[in-house]
Write a protein that binds this ligand. Structure first.
Ligand code: ADP
Length: 376
C-alpha cells in the first residue's frame, strides 16, 4: 500500500541479501532505490544527487554507518537528508550513538516490515514538510529582499523629489511676496498673486514636513531658540491663514497677550501654527470662526490654542492622529486628496523638540481645539 508519494531512497548495507530485501520492500512502496555496499560508495551516490532518505547499516567494513552519517551531514548538499539507522545491536548505547551522529531514527535488525515502512513513510512526510518550509522561507526571504530594495528606492526617490522641489519654491514664494506688496496693484491681480503665494507656501510647508518627519534619530529637529515677541510672531505666523481665509470666508480671530517675549524657535513654531490653522480652514465649515490665541501660563511657559468649529477629532483617534500618514477620511474622499497625514506629525515633533506638548481636545460648543504647551 502506498503511504507516501514516491521518493528517492538510498539503501546502504554491506550484506547483499539485506540490500536486495530492503530494495524490494522500498520498490514495492513505489520508491526509486539506489544501493551502496559501503559508506564511501553511499557518500559518492549521495553527492551525485541528494536522496530523500538513507537507510543506513551501522556495521560495515571501511567507514561505519555513524561516520557515513556524520560525513553526509557535514556536506552542504546532503546536510538535511534524513538517515534511518539499521542495526543488529539492541543496546541503548548504539541508539544514542546513532542519534548523536545525526540519525533521525533507529530500526533493529531483523526488522519488522510494517514497522520499517511506517517509519520510512513518517520520515519522508517530515522531509517533504521540511522542504516545503525551506522553499517557503527562501521565497519569503526573496520577497523581503525585494521589498527592502523597493523601500530604499522609494526613499531615495522621495528624498530627491522633495529636495528638488524645495529649492525652486523659494524664489516663487519670494517673488509672489514682492509682487503682492507692490503698491497700486489691481485688485484681481492682487488676488491672483495672493493665491500663488498661499499655494506655494502650502507646498513648501508640505515639503518641509516631509523632510522633517523623515529625519533619522541622529538628525533630530533641534530648535534654534531665540527671544520672540509673541504677538508679532503670531501675526506673522497667521499671514497665510489670513490670505487663505479671504477665499474660504472663515473668520480668523487672533488673541495674544501684549508684548510678551518668550524663548523658542520662531520658524519651527510658526510652521506648526500654520499647519494647525491650515487644518482648521480645511475641515471647519466655510464662514465659521477660527480662533488663535497665545498666552503665558500661570505655571510658566507659553500656551498656543487653535480652535475651530469643524467636525472635531473622535476620541478613539485623538492619540493616533499625530502619527505620520494618519488621516481620518478615506483616500476616496475628494477633500482627503489634499491631506497626507504629515502636518500633525511634524507639529508634534516640533513641539516635543522644545520639550513641550501638543494635544487635541474637544472645543467647548463643538469642533477641535489644538493646544501647544511650551515649558518656561
Ligand atoms: P495633512 O497635513 O495632510 O493635513 P494632518 O497630519 O495635518 O494631515 O492631519 C491628519 C488628519 O487629521 C487629517 O487628514 C484630518 O482627517 C484630521 N484633522 C486634522 N486637523 C483637523 C481639524 N482641525 N478638524 C478635523 N479633522 C482634522
Amino acid at each position: 500500500m502506498h503511504t507516501t508519494a514516491p521518493a528517492d531512497i538510498l539503501v546502504v548495507d554491506d550484506s547483499s541479501p539485506n540490500r536486495d530485501l530492503l530494495s524490494e520492500l522500498m520498490r514495492e512502496q513505489g520508491h526509486a532505490v539506489r544501493v551502496a555496499g559501503t559508506g564511501e560508495e553511499a557518500l559518492e551516490l549521495a553527492r551525485q544527487r541528494a536522496p530523500d532518505l538513507v537507510l543506513l547499516d551501522v556495521v560495515m567494513p571501511g567507514i561505519d554507518g555513524y561516520q557515513t552519517c556524520r560525513q553526509l551531514h557535514a556536506e552542504a548538499t546532503t546536510r538535511s537528508v534524513p538517515v534511518l539507522f539499521l542495526s543488529g545491536s539492541e543496546l541503548g548505547s548504539a541508539r544514542v550513538k546513532g542519534f548523536e551522529a545525526g540519525g533521525v531514527d533507529f530500526v533493529n535488525k531483523p526488522f519488522d516490515f510494517h514497522e520499517l515502512t511506517a517509519r520510512v513513510a513518517t520520515h519522508l512526510a517530515l522531509r517533504r514538510l521540511q522542504r516545503q518550509a525551506e522553499a517557503r522561507t527562501a521565497e519569503l526571504e526573496q520577497a523581503n529582499q525585494r521589498l527592502r530594495e523597493l523601500e530604499a528606492l522609494r526613499q531615495r526617490l522621495s528624498a530627491a523629489i522633495v529636495h528638488d522641489l524645495k529649492s525652486p519654491l523659494t524664489p516663487v514664494l519670494q517673488n509672489a511676496e514682492w509682487l503682492m506688496n507692490r503698491p497700486g496693484l489691481d485688485g484681481e491681480v492682487q488676488e491672483a498673486v495672493s493665491e500663488v503665494y498661499v499655494a506655494a507656501n502650502s507646498m513648501h510647508r508640505l515639503v518641509l514636513s516631509l523632510l522633517d518627519v523623515a529625519r533619522s534619530s541622529d538628525t533630530r529637529l533641534v530648535p534654534q531658540r531665540q527671544p520672540v515677541a509673541v504677538r508679532d510672531w503670531l501675526e506673522k505666523a497667521t499671514t497665510f491663514a489670513r490670505l487663505k481665509a479671504r477665499a474660504t470666508g472663515h473668520r480668523l480671530q487672533l488673541k495674544s497677550q501684549e508684548a510678551d517675549a518668550f524663548s523658542f524657535d520662531p520658524e519651527l513654531m510658526g510652521r506648526c501654527v500654520e499647519n494647525l490653522l491650515d487644518n482648521a480652514l480645511k475641515y471647519a465649515p466655510h464662514g465659521s470662526p477660527v480662533l488663535v490665541s497665545a498666552h503665558c501660563r500661570d505655571e510658566g511657559g507659553l500656551e498656543v490654542r487653535i480652535r475651530d468649529r469643524g467636525p472635531g477629532i473622535p476620541d478613539a483617534m485623538k492619540s493616533r492622529i499625530f502619527e505620520p500618514w494618519t488621516r481620518l477620511d478615506s483616500a476616496d474622499d475628494p477633500q482627503a486628496r489634499s491631506s497626507h497625514g504629515l502636518g500633525l506629525a511634524f507639529c508634534k515633533q516640533a513641539v516635543e523638540a522644545h520639550a513641550g506638548q501638543l494635544a487635541v481636545e474637544d472645543a467647548p460648543g463643538g469642533g477641535s481645539l489644538f493646544v501647544i504647551r511650551l515649558p518656561a
